[in-house]
Design a protein around this ligand. Structure first.
Ligand SMILES: Cc1cc2nc3c(=O)[nH]c(=O)nc-3n(C[C@H](O)[C@H](O)[C@H](O)COP(=O)(O)OP(=O)(O)OC[C@H]3O[C@@H](n4cnc5c(N)ncnc54)[C@H](O)[C@@H]3O)c2cc1C
Length: 446
């Protein structure tokens, strides 16, 4: 944390996620209810911030809590992702063979799935919660080699799984594109926008929500923190005794973890639901999800209502935003990805293409902890933050209130300090070269 005030960048009004019409992305909060002093301010109303505010409502019901976000709830990454609540270690976490660490990550992910299940059920949130597990798919030799390594790890960890050959993949997904896949039953698929917005309208009574209300100045003050908020009209000063930064890729904007976070954008497209005729031509089933064996490959979902979601490609995003060129490129790549896999559905209309910003760290560490006196943060989920974000948000609230638990020990054990990165433009140029190389190496797996 620096000694001087920070003036955080406001997240851009970019092309929103396409799960639902952008017209539905209206603020849910009550700006007129803003007070000048709070016991807690949680900055960031994605999954991490909502989890933190929800937990503060439970363990500190007499404290006043403000949850603030620059954009309407659901606008950011938490409302525009692919909706996989992953139970198993994923991406960079797979690079270790430290059994204890992997078991702790699985425990934390399952803790999140249980918690989210309990909340969404109790609150009656309609987010298409689907206990259907997921596939990890391989297209050619490279992916198959990686999948074999993954299967060895699942065997070694004693995780239930089933290997699908090309015919079994075809029977489920209606495409012979995949050479093989490994099915694991523990992941859950959701509609992420409905999930976060549903959680946000049901916050505990002591939590005030102010979304569409950026924090434009942040400073330490008299043993606490001073914030300037910019609602649609005027500016409002707020004092907080303690602050939770749930701002993932934007965390450095508040003076924390400076020079350690690489904001990175990844791209997704979604189609309209299959028509009756298309449904007759499509030989697969509805409601499944696939992540790629090669991390640089393509994530796919067929939703319960017959929409295809496709996600791939990464680029450094120093301005937290996709360029028009990037979006055009992604849309073409997604068009090709769908048509190649399902030629019988050729030209199935894509209704939206968007980019979403996630945070990477140079050493693949995720940060969790107290960054300065009374200032807590969790960041750098390396692209997979739904389960980790929910757990981290809840446990940051526990940490800040001195509440011990096995889960708090575990998350501290598996988190670490992201290493220092070179400054821009070297960072973006270097990162883009590495991301492009990974994509080129992935070849047909994309
Ligand atoms: C296309 C895509 C697909 C993905 N798929 C998956 C998936 O299937 N499974 C998975 O686990 N992860 C996935 N991810 C990653 C996942 O979405 C993120 O890791 C997760 O949402 C991070 O949650 P968060 O709450 O920490 O951060 P965010 O959701 O990024 O929330 C941070 C919030 O901080 C707010 N903020 C920033 N600056 C300010 C400010 N100055 N004032 C006020 N508010 C501010 C932002 O508006 C934002 O809402 C995907 C991401 C993308 C983009």
């Amino acid at each position: 944390m620096s000694d001087t005030a920070s003036y955080p960048t406001t997240p851009p009004l970019d092309v929103p996620g396409g799960w639902h019409s952008a017209d539905l992305l209206v603020p849910l909060g009550e700006i007129s209810a803003l007070k000048g002093i709070y016991d807690w301010v949680v900055i960031g109303g994605g999954i991490t911030g909502i989890a933190a505010a929800t937990r503060l409502g439970k363990i500190a019901p007499d404290d006043s809590v403000l949850l603030v976000d620059a954009r309407p709830i659901g606008w950011g990454a938490s409302g525009r992702n692919s909706g996989f609540l992953l139970d198993l270690p994923h991406k960079f976490d797979l690079e270790t063979r430290d059994r204890e660490r992997l078991n702790k990550i699985m425990h934390l992910n399952r803790f999140a799935i249980d918690g989210l299940r309990e909340h969404t059920e109790a609150l009656g949130i309609d987010c298409d919660w689907s206990d259907v597990g997921k596939l990890q798919g391989a297209v050619k030799k490279r992916g198959t080699g990686m999948m074999r390594g993954y299967i060895e790890m699942l065997d070694w960890l004693g995780v239930d799984h089933e290997v699908y050959d090309r015919d079994q993949c075809d029977a489920l997904m209606g495409t012979s594109h995949y050479h093989a896949a490994v099915f694991t039953p523990g992941s859950v698929l959701v509609d992420p926008m409905n999930m976060v917005r549903g959680l946000a309208v049901n916050l505990p009574a002591n939590v005030t929500l102010a979304d569409d209300c950026p924090v434009i100045k942040f400073d330490s003050a008299n043993g606490g923190y001073a914030l300037t908020l910019k609602p649609s009209e005027g500016e409002t000063d707020v004092i907080a005794k303690k602050v939770i930064l749930a701002t993932d890729p934007y965390t450095s904007q508040f003076g924390a973890l400076k020079g350690r976070i690489l904001p990175t954008i990844t791209f997704a497209s979604i189609t309209r639901p299959l028509s009756k005729n298309e449904r007759a031509r499509y030989r697969g089933k509805l409601n499944w999800g696939l992540t790629p064996a090669d991390a640089a490959g393509t994530t796919l979902r067929m939703t319960a209502e017959g929409r295809i979601l496709i996600r791939n490609h990464y680029a450094a995003a120093p301005k937290f935003k996709a360029t028009d060129h990037d979006l055009g490129f992604a849309r073409e790549a997604h068009r090709k990805g769908i048509d190649t896999r399902w030629p019988e559905l050729e030209n199935l209309p894509i209704t939206a293409t968007w980019g979403g910003v996630v945070s990477l760290s140079g050493n693949h560490q995720t940060y969790f902890g107290e960054v300065a006196d009374g200032l807590y943060a969790s960041s750098c989920y390396n692209g997979v933050g739904l389960t980790r974000g929910w757990t981290a948000g809840q446990l940051l609230a526990d940490l800040a209130n001195g509440k011990d638990s096995k889960q708090l020990d575990y998350i501290q054990d598996v988190s670490g300090m992201p290493n220092r990165l070179p400054p821009d433009p070297f960072l973006s140029v270097g990162a883009n070269s590495r991301l492009k190389l990974a994509q080129w190496q992935a070849g047909a797996e994309v």
